[in-house]
Design a protein around this ligand. Structure first.
Ligand code: GDP
Length: 390
C-alpha cells in the first residue's frame, strides 16, 4: 500500500486533497475516523480487523487521527486507485483561522450537516471559508438515523428535510462561490453530489446509489426501525459512498490548481514558476505553502504543507520566503493512514510533511534557494459573522 501511495503521488489526476468541515457536533470527527477505518488505514496497533471495531473501540482509537495534520487513503473507484489526502481542520470555530489555512491546502470539501439541526451559523462560516479559497463543496447530511428512530419521520418528511438543507446550502453556494463557479458548484441530489446517512452507524447513500442498489427511503426507514443498521452498513458502506462522491465530484489538483493559483498567488502567472503551478508540474521551480506546524517528540518540528509546483527533496537547501532565511530539509514525508512515512521527494499536487525547515510557520512559502518566488497571498481569517443587536 505504501508503494501504491508513492506511485499515485506522481499522478495528480488520481489525487484528491480534501477537508471535512462542519458545525460543531455535526459529526466531522466520527466521519473522518470511520472513513479511515473503512479504508483499512488505521495504524498497525489497531490493525486486526479495524472494520469490525465497535464504536467504543473506535472512539478509543481516536487519539491517533486527532494528532495527524493529514491522513491519506487509497480508494478504488471504477477500476482505478485514487490517493485521497484528508487534511485535518479544527473542529471549533474559535480556530477559524486554522480552518481557513487548512482550506488553502485542499481543493475540495465535504460539508457535514446534521439532519436534525440543519444548517447552523458555523455551517455558514465553513461554507464561506471553503468557497472564498476556491474550494469546491459536496454535502453530507448526517445523523439520518436520528430522524427515523427519534423523530419518527415518514419517507416524504425525510425527503422534505433533505431538500430544505440542500436548498439552503445552494443559496449559500450561490452567494459565496467565485462568480464563474456559482452555477457549476451547486450541489445536486440527482447527480450524487449530496449524500445522506449515519456516520455513527457507518452507512451512507445518495440517489445514484439508491437507483443502483434498489434501496429506497422506505427501506432505509425499515433498516433503522428494525435495528438492522449493521446490515445497511454492509450494503452501502459510508467509506465507499463518501469517497466515491469525493472522487467523482471534487477536483484533482491538476484541475483545481489551474483556477486556484491565480487567486492565492499574485505573482506573474506567465513566469516559469506561475506556469508550473497552473499545470501542477513536478519538474520546475519549487513552490510549497506551509499550512500547519506541529511538534513531534521524535522528529521535532514538522511543517505540513501543499506542494503547488516542483518537487521537494530530502536533504535539500530551500528558501523560506517570509522569514528571508535558508533552511535544509532533513526529511520529507507523505502520510500513510495517520502515520508519516519518509520518502526521498514529494512532487506537486501533494501534501508533504517536512522536518528541518526550522523557522517555518503556517503561511510560509518555501521555494528553491536560487529561484526565489513571490510569497503566497496572506490568508484572511474568517470567523463567525458578527451579530449586532439593534
Ligand atoms: P464533531 O464535533 O463535528 O467532530 O462531531 P463528533 O463526530 O464528535 O460527533 C458529535 C456527537 O454526535 C458524538 O456524540 C457522536 O457520537 C454523535 N454522532 C455523530 N454522527 C452521528 C450519527 O450519524 N448518528 C448519531 N445518532 N449520532 C452521531
Amino acid at each position: 500500500m505504501i508503494s501504491r501511495i508513492k506511485e499515485l503521488m506522481y499522478e495528480p489526476e488520481f489525487i484528491r486533497n480534501i477537508g471535512i468541515v462542519a458545525h460543531i457536533d455535526h459529526g466531522k470527527t466520527t466521519l473522518s475516523d470511520n472513513l479511515l477505518a473503512g479504508a483499512g488505514m488505521l495504524s498497525e496497533d489497531l490493525a486486526g480487523d479495524a472494520r469490525s471495531l465497535d464504536f467504543d473501540e473506535q472512539e478509543a482509537a481516536r487519539g491517533i487521527t486527532i494528532d495527524a495534520a493529514s491522513v491519506s487513503m487509497v480508494h478504488k473507484f471504477s477500476g482505478d486507485d485514487y490517493l485521497i489526502n484528508l487534511i485535518d481542520t479544527p473542529g471549533h470555530v474559535d480556530f477559524g483561522g486554522d480552518v481557513t489555512r487548512a482550506m488553502r491546502a485542499v481543493d475540495g470539501a465535504v460539508v457535514v450537516v446534521c439532519a436534525v439541526e440543519g444548517i447552523m451559523p458555523q455551517t455558514e462560516t465553513v461554507f464561506r471559508q471553503a468557497l472564498k479559497e476556491n474550494v469546491r463543496p459536496v454535502l453530507f447530511i448526517n445523523k439520518v438515523d436520528r430522524l427515523i428512530n427519534e423523530l419518527k419521520l415518514k419517507p416524504e418528511e425525510l425527503q422534505n428535510r433533505f431538500l430544505k438543507i440542500i436548498a439552503e446550502s445552494n443559496k449559500l453556494i450561490k452567494n459565496m462561490a467565485p462568480k464563474d463557479k456559482r452555477d457549476q458548484w451547486k450541489v445536486d441530489v440527482t447527480d450524487g453530489s449530496v449524500a445522506f446517512g449515519s456516520a455513527y452507524h457507518n452507512w451512507a447513500i445518495n440517489i445514484p446509489i439508491m437507483q443502483k442498489s434498489g434501496i429506497n427511503f422506505k427501506d432505509i426507514i425499515d433498516f433503522c426501525n428494525e435495528e438492522r443498521q449493521k446490515e445497511l452498513a454492509q450494503k452501502v458502506p459510508i467509506t465507499d459512498v463518501l469517497l466515491g462522491m469525493v472522487v467523482e465530484h471534487l477536483p484533482s489538483p491538476l484541475e483545481s490548481q489551474a483556477y486556484r493559483v491565480p487567486t492565492i498567488w499574485d505573482g506573474d502567472i506567465e513566469s516559469e514558476e506561475g506556469q508550473v503551478m497552473i499545470k501542477t508540474e513536478s519538474d520546475g521551480p519549487l513552490a510549497v505553502m506551509v499550512t500547519n506546524v506541529s511538534v513531534d517528540k521524535h522528529a521535532g518540528e514538522i511543517a505540513t504543507g501543499r506542494v503547488y509546483g516542483g518537487t521537494i527533496e530530502k536533504g535539500s537547501e530551500v528558501f523560506l520566503v517570509g522569514s528571508h532565511a535558508k533552511a535544509r530539509t532533513q526529511q520529507v514525508g507523505v502520510f500513510f493512514g495517520a502515520e508519516r512515512v519518509n520518502t526521498d521527494k514529494v512532487p506537486a499536487g501533494n501534501i508533504v510533511a517536512i522536518t528541518g525547515a526550522r523557522g517555518a510557520v503556517a503561511g510560509e512559502t518555501i521555494c528553491d534557494v536560487d529561484r526565489k518566488i513571490k510569497e503566497f497571498e496572506g490568508i484572511e481569517h474568517i470567523s463567525e459573522p458578527v451579530v449586532t443587536v439593534a
